[in-house]
Design a protein around this ligand. Sequence first.
Ligand SMILES: [Zn+2]
Length: 458
Amino acid sequence: MSTLVLEGCAVVTVDGRGTEYSTGHIVVTGNVITAVGQGSPSPASLADSDDGDTVRRIDASGCLATPGLINTHHHLYQWGTRGLAADATLFEWLTELYPVWARMDADRVRALATGALAWLAKSGCSTTMDHHYVFPRSGGDVLGATVAAARDVGLRFHPTRGSMDLGASSGGLPPDEVVEDRDAILLASKAAIEEFHDPSWQSMLRIGLAPCSPFSVTPELLSEAADLARQTKVRLHTHLAETAEENEYCAEHFGCTPVEYLDSLGWLGHDVWLAHGVHLDDAAIARLAMTETGVAHCPSSNGRLGAGICRTHDLLAAGVPVGLGVDGAASNEDSSLIGEVRQAALIARAAGGPRAMSVRQALELATRGGARLLGRDGEIGSLEPGKLADVALWRLDTLAHAGIADPVAALVLGSRPPLELLLVNGKAIIERDELVTVDEQQAAASSRRAAAALLEGF
Ligand SMILES: [Zn+2]
């Protein structure tokens, strides 16, 4: 088994005890971290490498090692519809984009997902979820297309089988042409779990189920999807309390808040995480905390759509699990996960003062926090012996960061540093800030062609 030694770098383990090393090392054997510490690795920590095994040593001085970042909310297909409805509210933006998304097919989704995943990797992301909820009738296997793209790029992948079954003719927001029949959704969800879900410890792919939002799915679908998820032991995800308009929709149609609505359908629990959670009152936050329901905070998207500011300080103080998400690229053209760490810190402080979120808390949301939302906190999200080798090595000695006293402040508050190395499951995805798994120029060209095809005639 091959061994990789990173040495001479600052190490922020995000292990929950605040363990950091000013000049440390990480030893990776196969796909597992076997040692982390100050100074050089001890001969004993390399002893597991038998004669003949390859040991690669990397001089990582000038760099900061963190856990690979974990993205807990995204819509990869939206890579092809960036820059549209640039000054719109959520409901206006959705209404303009649904007809374009109706033109998705497997080839276009594969090209766009490859572009989105490659870009995510360049922002330090080693694990991402995807929420795919548009399944045009003649579009082919669009979920399979995202899985193929993730295998090509090499990221650990948590795709969710999304869905919409409440079209405009039944009082929902989406046009009827992009919604599916409930029985067909549940059958396809079951088939996706059987085909793709790998529950093993070192899994590179786990499926979840994700009916889209209260205003695009029926209560029957939410309830039956929850039953299926619990029978098959997969996680549940949906959008919730993103805008004030959504809260008004829930009051009008269900006579309650979005969290009360989910609660009534068995949709709160440690196996559920919700995107956004912007418009939550104190009772909703207490209920999420009590049920250990997670929130994927997406600050750039919330800003782009003028949705509001998530109460992250209050969520964290109450004990709600919180992770970060870039959200779909159509509402966050930047789609940078390290960028989202910076946004999370800044927006929390803009709303709640300078101590509303520390730089280390912001980094923790994108690492340990995300791992907890995806049910992977025993495997990823921190740099500790025995965990899977998902590691981001950031270069902090170039003009952008050289001389910044605290490497974590440099990473979180500064511009995106070059990625010296990104390991996923022990394998290099990025070296010297270049993707090594896919060709970046080809991914850009394919993305451009797919986006042009989607928009042709609009
Ligand atoms: Zn979303």
